[in-house]
Design a protein around this ligand. Structure first.
Ligand SMILES: [Zn+2]
Ligand SMILES: [Zn+2]
Length: 141
């Protein structure tokens, strides 16, 4: 893999990136992702298999006087759950209205809009490279 020489502000030395840590981390995460896709060939690409789309928002942004900070929100995935499609296997979900339970033959279960822990796996997040953290490094021309 190609490396780049950078000057570390922290150590005041020129270092080469990608670091061994970065390369290993990248390989491990790529592998985990491939393995997940092998085990769940029909998982929902939109939500990554959980059935929820999570996002962060700042409820105080509108100036309503709440203390600042990010809140995590989760919406049902429009591609799978909202269409009664299982986010894990792409199968048909069975919805029981009285208990507000959605279930799939593969084991995936959602109760009151929350996926039940242990009934699903999420696709591991894509590998990220932190080599170019410019707080630590300044590039050497
Ligand atoms: Zn989905
Ligand atoms: Zn399923």
């Amino acid at each position: 893999m190609e490396t780049v020489k950078v000057y570390s502000i922290e150590t005041k030395k020129v270092v080469e990136i990608h670091t061994a840590f970065c390369v290993e981390n990248y390989a491990r995460k790529s592998l985990a992702g491939l393995l997940f896709e092998k085990n769940h060939p029909n998982y929902c690409r939109k939500c990554g298999g959980s059935g929820l789309i999570t996002y962060w928002d700042d409820p105080s942004a509108a100036g309503v006087g709440l203390s600042g900070g990010q809140m995590e929100y989760a919406d049902p995935c429009p591609v799978c759950i909202e269409k009664d499609v299982c986010p894990q296997c792409g199968g048909q979900m069975i919805f029981t209205e009285s208990d507000c339970v959605s279930e799939c033959g593969c084991g995936y279960k959602m109760v009151y809009g929350e996926p039940v822990e242990g009934t699903y796996e999420e696709r591991p997040s894509a590998p990220e490279c932190w080599c170019f953290d410019y707080n630590l490094y300044a590039e050497v021309k």
